[in-house]
Design a protein. Structure first.
Length: 295
């Protein structure tokens, strides 16, 4: 069966009820707008019992989050990887947070991102849109992993654009006037690094990639599992992913991919993720296969 997906599914499905685990959240350690402690408070309010900050190329937020959150915290990161000239996102869970090779890989990509965002600022300035790296980093912790959303917020703050979407539409989106491509880690190299650090690899939001990447291709990738629940997945596509995982005894995960509280965003905390029995299955899988003991 060939299933094709539009990039960024327009109509988000209704959230699943009875969620107790959200395994995909972004904080100020990368391009999210809220600190790990603020996110922990939001999750506690929604009675979420297990969660993972999956910041881009960083787990700087983990300690603060684990200390603040009343539920179970899972170490995680989201990596941007290159598979056959296409960008994919890989979620790594349960790695040893002290693993030197993993840490230095993340540090390398944090530096790459910093330089890329600097280049995008230069492009904007060249077009008469004055925005500096200092503007972009304002209000962020010093260790933040920079991304395009940081520039979008700076452009809004300076009055250059009215909205986040306008910033991407006009300047920052793929191929737009200030866009600079991001250097990505090779997919197979990423799998090796994740495995060597005692983590497991989950393909993030399989419904969000380019049209030409049919599920036929994605399901053959040698990842440990798939992210089934995501605000940009239709309910039927989540079901396809779950059925595939159940048939092949692979774990499936889910989460909100929360970044901020912008209006009209489906990525809200408490509405996306795993139900209790699903989380218990994933928890057992992580405990059996990861260096990090979730307990
Ligand atoms: P980066 O990692 O710097 O390439 O930035 C990617 C992030 O930018 C994604 O995680 C989204 O949150 C956001 N993003 C990417 N494309 C768009 C878009 N067209 N409109 C709004 N946000 C976007
Ligand atoms: Zn992001
Ligand atoms: Fe992603
Ligand atoms: Fe994400």
């Amino acid at each position: 069966m060939t299933i094709m997906f539009p990039k960024m599914t327009a109509s988000a499905p209704a959230p699943v009820s009875g969620i107790i685990a959200d395994l995909h959240i972004h904080s100020t350690a990368s391009d999210g707008e809220y600190s790990p402690a603020r996110i922990a408070a939001m999750l506690d309010k929604e009675h979420i019992q297990a969660a993972a900050l999956a910041d881009h190329d960083s787990f700087e937020g983990f300690q603060e989050f684990r200390n603040a959150f009343h539920g179970v915290s899972v170490p995680a990161v989201e990596l941007s990887v290159e598979y056959e000239h296409t960008g994919l996102h890989l979620l790594a869970y349960g790695f040893d947070p002290e693993n030197k090779a993993f840490i230095s890989c993340l540090e390398h990509f944090q530096k790459v991102r910093y330089e890329r965002i600097g280049k995008m600022c230069e492009r904007l300035c060249g077009m008469g849109v004055a925005v500096t790296l200092e503007d972009v980093k304002k209000n962020c912790p010093p260790s933040t992993t920079l991304g395009r959303p940081h520039i979008a917020r700076a452009l809004i703050a300076a009055g250059h654009v009215k909205s986040f979407n306008a910033a991407f539409e006009k300047y920052l989106g793929d191929g737009k006037s200030a866009y600079v491509p991001k250097a990505r880690l090779d997919f197979y190299e990423a799998l090796d690094i994740i495995r060597a650090s005692g983590g497991v690899s989950i393909l993030a939001h399989p419904g969000l990639y380019h049209r030409e990447l049919a599920f036929d291709v994605l399901k053959k990738l040698p990842v440990d599992g798939f992210e089934a629940y995501h605000p940009n997945h239709s309910r039927s596509f989540s079901r396809v992913l779950i059925d595939h995982c159940l048939r092949h005894e692979l774990p499936y995960t889910g989460g909100s991919d929360f970044h901020d509280l912008r209006r009209n965003k489906a990525n809200v905390i408490g509405k996306w993720g795993l139900t209790s029995p699903e989380w218990e299955t994933v928890r057992s899988y992580f405990n059996a296969n990861c260096a990090y003991r979730i307990g």
